[in-house]
Design a binder for this molecule. Structure first.
Ligand code: AGP
Length: 615
């Protein structure tokens, strides 16, 4: 998705903005630009492609100023081209804007503005915003950038994050947030202030941040921040102290963020668990959930809404919560939920799982739940994100910044968060004995070490990737609590190696898909030593009988499986409910190494973005 960075203060804005955009590269983009104001003139540099192209353009033809805005664009309206890159300047050259989101009614607005004599230079929807601002500035709001902007955005339909400057008022930036088109964070410095669509962009400069809520507008100078609602009511705002350490976002000794984040999981899961388990009492400690015993006992169902990898995490969590808390759990896609008029009432809890906390489909599902009086929870990694702020209660993943577009450590952290939630609900609802609680808590304490041992299979997986990377179709099979891991393993391979891969419930193969299996198809089978082991062995035999290349994910010490499968990747014996967290590790590593073999851009796969803030 698009990235926004702004600055106003005593330093040169240009390098701050371009470096900030560099920290948002993982969000996916196809062009970039920066604008500064100097001597009452707007100076603009834009280019298509990677940020390095913009850096080179600025190096050859420098611009500097103490106020500026920048943007990385992921094309929605208008092809990736210099003329369509942000920032966009108004016709008279007085105003300049960057924008995340989609102006759903831009065609009618553009026609109206053209009929008033406005000349457009781009194919984008964004340009109508800057032309509208200029129109209102010339009609009654001259010299008042906030007022002109406030009036202009009333005409926009859709979700937006907008930052605008006026060359006549080089001492202020104005920022607007409407809906969930990505965040607007305002970073507070000493006689300087920052704006960003995502925290990492400005974290090295300040940890003190204000987050705009939907339908709010901010007037930012080097020494002040004033926020009001779009209908002009001044409002107070909370200053968050963000705990992220920017250093940990560096790659360290790893080649890619994704590899680093896969290997971080033993530590990040320790962070996820830390302080949240009383091992003596077997109790989960989740104060941010704001859940009372009465409320927990009044619930009669829970719905989990999420997208992509987070949806697969929800499928795993369903097993925990139904088993421990005896609460019926339905899991639905964030992009589907709001279109089926879901049955929700005051006895329903809706849990949103979202690493970024900004996925527009998941946020929309949360709004649906809120409107229907559900208790709204979220599991998020991005502190201060929209999903977290609109929830009645939340559980943070504490996985640290996840930069690789393909989610790994956030996935396992969100599974552990649901395990904690299930334990917490079970305790409050009285569906677990103290002994059971202690056992589940003990099992969780083993997990980081078990994950660390699973990571030791990397050398074997690198060799396996060398054998498999040229195949074009893969099948991933699992049963029970590990069926979602088959889905996640397939998604990991798809999204970073661009190989077609399908996750499937193993028991469903005989109802059609088994026709796909031949000598050209690797078949990943999750066959851990659990109650479904024999059925998975039978599945492996069926796949082998059709020539499939079978790779089994098996439990250490299971020598029998080696007589059935072509390749075996062993993981340590793990308590059943937590086995998905360990089983996914070799699948993450396999996807990573196959993608490397294929020369794919592992951290920024084509067509993908880390946070999908458009529908
Ligand atoms: C995961 O590898 C993908 N990048 C994608 O499916 C992601 O999980 C999905 O877009 C949801 O993102 P969220 O967790 O930030 O809401």
């Amino acid at each position: 998705m698009c990235g926004i960075v702004g600055y106003i203060g005593k330093q040169d804005a240009t390098p701050i903005i371009i470096d900030g955009l560099g920290r948002l590269e993982y969000r996916g983009y196809d062009s970039a630009g920066v604008a500064v104001i100097k001597d009452s003139q707007i100076h603009l540099r834009r280019d298509v492609g990677k940020l390095s192209n913009l850096r080179q353009k600025v190096a050859l033809d420098p611009i500097s100023g103490s106020i500026g805005i920048g943007h990385t664009r992921w094309a929605t309206h208008g092809v990736p081209a210099e003329r369509n890159a942000h920032p966009h300047v108004s016709m008279d050259g007085e105003f300049v804007v960057v924008h995340n989101g989609i102006v759903e009614n831009y065609l009618e607005l553009k026609d109206e503005l053209i009929s008033e004599g406005i000349e457009f230079k781009s194919d984008t929807d964004t340009e109508v915003i800057v032309q509208l601002i200029e129109r209102f500035a010339h009609n009654g709001a001259r010299g008042n950038l906030t007022e002109a902007t406030r009036k202009a955005v009333q005409f926009l339909r859709g979700a937006h994050a907008i930052v605008v400057m006026n060359r006549e008022k080089p001492d202020e930036l104005v920022a607007v947030r409407i809906g969930n088109a990505g965040g607007v964070a305002i970073g507070l410095g000493e006689d300087e202030n920052y704006i960003a669509s995502d925290i990492p962009a400005i974290l090295e400069h300040t940890r003190r941040m204000i987050f705009l809520e939907s339908r709010q507008i901010a007037t930012i100078t080097a020494s002040s921040v004033h926020i009001q609602t779009l209908d002009g009511q001044p409002i107070s705002h909370e200053v968050h102290d963000i705990p992220y350490d920017p250093v940990s976002a560096a790659k360290g000794e790893f080649k890619h963020f994704m590899q680093k984040e896969i290997f971080e999981q033993a530590r990040s899961l320790t962070d996820t668990i830390r302080g949240r388990i009383d091992f003596e009492q077997g109790e989960a400690i989740l104060p941010d959930l704001n859940l009372t015993r009465e409320r927990a006992r009044a619930l009669d169902r829970m719905v989990t809404v999420a997208c992509g990898t987070s949806y697969y995490s929800g499928l795993v969590g369903k097993f925990f919560i139904e088993h421990m808390a005896r609460l019926n759990v339905e899991v639905d896609y964030g992009s589907e939920y709001r279109y089926r008029d879901p049955i929700i009432d005051e006895h329903t809890a809706v849990l949103a799982i979202t690493q970024s906390g900004e996925t527009v489909d998941t946020l929309a599902a949360m709004e649906e739940a809120r409107e229907k009086q559900a208790t709204l929870w979220s599991i998020v990694n991005a502190v201060g994100s929209q999903a977290m702020r609109v929830s009645d209660g939340y559980i943070t993943m504490n996985a640290g910044p996840e930069i690789g577009v393909a989610s790994t450590k956030a996935f396992t952290a969100s599974i552990v968060d649901q395990y904690l939630l299930a334990l917490h609900l079970g305790g409050l609802r009285g569906t677990l004995t103290t002994e059971q609680q202690r056992q589940y808590a003990h099992d969780l304490g083993l997990l980081p070490d078990l994950v660390g041992r699973a990571l030791e299979t990397e050398p074997q997986i690198k060799e396996l990737a060398a054998l498999l990377h040229h195949y074009t179709d893969f099948l991933y099979l699992g049963r029970g609590i590990n069926y979602p891991i088959a889905l996640e393993g397939a998604l990991k391979l798809k999204e970073i190696s661009y190989i077609h891969a399908e996750g499937y419930p193993a028991g469903e193969m005989k109802h059609g898909p088994i026709a796909l299996i031949d000598e050209q198809m690797p078949v990943l089978c999750i066959a851990l030593k659990d109650s479904l082991y024999e059925k998975m062995v039978s599945q492996i035999e069926q796949a082998k009988a059709r020539g499939g290349i079978v790779i089994a994910i098996a439990t250490e010490g299971d020598t029998f499986i080696a007589s059935k499968a072509d390749h075996v990747l062993y993981v340590p014996d793990t308590p059943h409910l937590l086995s998905p967290v360990v089983a996914v590790i070799p699948l993450q590593l396999l996807a990573y190494h196959v993608a490397l073999r294929r020369g794919a851009d592992v951290d920024q796969p084509r067509n993908l973005a880390k946070s999908v803030t458009v529908e």
